[in-house]
Design a protein around this ligand. Structure first.
Ligand code: SF4
Length: 376
């Protein structure tokens, strides 16, 4: 005979959504099932972007400073899978709106509507994309980030179809962005890039990291300085907003000046819409972390990072917006306050170049150590 269950009131832990079998009590959540990945640029968090996964992981995956997709295999997702994910999102949005109407809330996406739906479908508590999707709807459903590391590598036709479908299902969308590798952009034809742009992809986030060829080889970026220029310029020519990320401190003390000056040279040649600073941080498990521990490379102090930043900015000749978001740009001024704006629109060059250089000089006078890094 079965013993009485003393813990009867404790809800069972459901299986992961990927393991849900037809006919189980979890079946009812299937119509809302979609994938979402982990990584997105900081600015896409601040604008509450929908995180929509068109591919899985990174097709390159060799960079010696990066741990994002290590151990994970790159996978293209089929057009059918992508469509099913977007259909699931549309069903979720529609059901939330219908509940809101029933509640007399006029179809607004509200917490009340979410609570009612979660009461009906408690499995949504374990859905790893529901909270993100709900917040996106609450924020007006305006911006989307296509994951993962280089979805521009998809067949042009498949990417265009998926973008068109997304824009049709969610007409509230104002901006769609994704990560892209310079080399992939250089390899695609200009006609293909223009067609993708016209299908509704607005902005590309490129990991430039550095414009120095020796450092690019050291970090195994798989692209030369000229390749960065070719890819970035082609993306600009195709009509994309281009956002280039570089890493102060990436070359350590050994390469700081070449890193600063060649990065300025390459960025000046591209003249992208945005230049974003993401100071280097050695991540345990990466080759660069090992090199530092073995004394082969020496990290810059916060002051040395600022000095490198100053050299780069002085040599920079662009009309871009130069930005320092919350991902590690935490230098402090002599009063102990944040030195540089974390705003996603940053400093407009050339108008605000002098202002930025003055701020950096202030930071160089400061004895305050930056606070711990945040990467949210
Ligand atoms: S291309 Fe980007 S995601 Fe891929 S390994 Fe390099 S830094 Fe990481």
């Amino acid at each position: 005979m079965q013993k009485p269950n003393k813990h009867k009131s404790v809800a069972p832990i459901p299986p992961p959504l990927s393991k849900i079998q037809k006919g189980t009590p979890w079946r009812r959540v299937e119509k809302y099932q979609f994938e979402t990945g982990i990584y997105r640029p900081p600015s896409e968090g601040g604008s509450a972007s929908l995180l929509l996964r068109f591919t899985r992981n990174c097709p390159w995956n060799h960079c010696t400073f990066c741990s994002m997709y290590k151990g994970e295999k790159f996978q293209l997702r089929s057009p059918g899978e992508l469509k099913a994910d977007m259909d699931a999102m549309a069903a979720l949005a529609r059901d939330l709106r219908n509940i809101s109407m029933d509640l007399g809330q006029g179809g607004q996406i509200t917490r009340d509507a979410a609570m009612v739906l979660m009461d009906k479908v408690p499995e949504l508590n374990y859905h790893n994309g529901f909270a993100m999707f709900f917040q996106w709807l609450c924020a007006g459903g305006k911006t989307v980030f296509i994951q993962d590391g280089n979805s521009i590598i998809m067949k042009t036709k498949d990417l265009m179809e998926a973008l068109t479908y997304l824009r049709t299902l969610f007409p509230s969308i104002e901006r769609v962005t994704t990560y892209a590798r310079s080399r992939t952009l250089a390899q695609k034809s200009l006609e293909d890039l223009v067609a993708i742009r016209k299908s509704g992809l607005d902005r590309l986030h490129l990991g430039l990291e550095t414009g120095d060829d020796d450092l690019l080889a050291k970090i195994k970026k798989g692209v030369t300085a000229q390749g960065h220029i070719d890819g970035g310029k082609k993306a600009m020519e195709a009509g994309f907003q281009v956002s280039e990320y570089w890493m102060p401190g990436l070359g350590g003390r050994e390469m700081t000046m070449d890193h600063a000056l060649n990065t300025a040279r390459v960025l000046s040649a591209i003249n992208p819409d945005y230049i974003r600073s993401r100071p280097f941080r050695a991540i345990p498990g990466t080759p660069m972390h090992t090199w530092i521990n073995q004394g082969e490379m020496h990290l810059l102090s916060p002051h040395e990072q600022l000095q490198e930043l100053k050299e780069m900015i002085m040599a920079l000749n662009v009309t871009s917006r130069v930005c320092f978001d919350h991902a590690g740009n935490n230098w402090l001024n002599p009063s102990g306050r944040l030195l540089l704006s974390h705003g996603y629109e940053g400093y407009k060059f050339p108008d605000e170049k002098e202002t930025l250089l003055q701020l950096i000089d202030e930071g160089l006078q400061s004895d305050h150590k930056p606070q711990s890094l945040t990467y949210l």
